[in-house]
Design a protein around this ligand. Structure first.
Ligand SMILES: [Ca+2]
Ligand SMILES: [Ca+2]
Ligand SMILES: [Ca+2]
Length: 180
């Protein structure tokens, strides 16, 4: 007597498993789209990081007349954003920004052609992106230096990049115990 019930029971179970994820997906609440760049030039290559309710987005933007690294931060999880900041603000192409945050420490790295060859630049903030220290040139050498992911834990930070200065492409690393 149990066997005829087994197949309908399995079907009900399979249907339940299939329907639950759909219902959960429908229950997701998406906020409204926000235009963070909202300017006339090409805005490309956004990167994002978030720690708690501190959130920053960085990208490369041609609106200033050449490629510069722009940044916009939020202290309330993306509900409202501060003004755009131009972190590079120089004549050469500033491309491929990368970002990491820990608490209110925010650092952005990018590849900058202003020195005459591609170098890795970094700029850090200790107050969630409200104010930034000076730009630092981490590579400062003759070869092609680029693609600079960054990691921050507490006040410790490390940046890595590829560099052709040794004669072939090598991977460099530079660390600091406090934001430069
Ligand atoms: Ca734009
Ligand atoms: Ca620039
Ligand atoms: Ca270089």
């Amino acid at each position: 007597m149990e066997k005829p019930l087994a197949i309908p029971m399995i079907l009900v179970l399979l249907l339940t498993i299939a329907i639950i994820p759909i219902q959960q997906a429908d229950a997701l609440t998406l906020g409204a789209k926000k235009n963070l760049s909202n300017n006339g030039g090409q805005s490309a290559g956004p990167e994002i990081d978030m720690d708690g309710t501190n959130l920053c987005v960085t990208w490369s933007d041609y609106t200033p007349g050449n490629a510069d690294v722009l940044l916009r931060c939020s202290a309330d999880g993306g509900a409202t954003f501060g003004v755009k900041k131009n972190l590079s603000n120089n004549g050469g192409s500033s491309l491929g920004p990368q970002i990491d945050m820990d608490g209110t420490i925010v650092c952005v790295t990018w590849r900058d052609l202003t020195p005459g060859n591609p170098d890795v630049f970094v700029r850090c903030s200790a107050d969630g992106g409200a104010t930034f220290g000076a730009v630092k040139n981490l590579s400062n050498n003759a070869g092609n230096s680029g693609s600079a992911p960054i990691a921050i834990v507490g006040t410790n930070l490390c940046v890595t990049w590829h560099d052709t200065t040794p004669g072939n492409t090598e991977i460099f690393l530079r660390c600091a115990t406090s934001p430069p």
